[in-house]
Design a binder for this molecule. Structure first.
Ligand SMILES: [Zn+2]
Ligand SMILES: [Zn+2]
Length: 97
């Protein structure tokens, strides 16, 4: 017995196959998708990829790679700031008498 899985690839950085069970086929690409990735149009059921004009069944956040790059730059800036912090421990002991 074969259970059809949804053909959509989803994810932000690493694409993975949608876990949903395929409910129906897209009228344009003929792949099977779960109800979450199908839209009912006047012509019939259209998958989210075809709805967005994509040729591959891939739903990814376009800003994912850019956001990761910005995060890496911020981390590097934090490291260099920590290393250049001046030492002022000497004043902490000047009050002892
Ligand atoms: Zn489609
Ligand atoms: Zn799905």
């Amino acid at each position: 017995m074969m259970v059809a899985r949804c053909s959509m690839l989803v994810g932000y950085l690493v694409p993975h196959r949608c876990e949903g069970r395929a409910m129906a086929a897209c009228i344009k690409c003929a792949r099977s998708y779960c109800d979450e990735h199908l839209s009912l149009t006047q012509a019939g059921l259209l998958c989210k990829a075809c709805e967005q004009g994509r040729t591959q069944p891939l739903l990814l956040a376009a800003t994912g790679a850019a956001a990761l790059g910005a995060l890496g730059a911020a981390d590097l800036a934090g490291f260099s700031a920590a290393e250049s912090t001046p030492l002022d421990d000497q004043d902490a002991f000047s009050d002892l008498s």
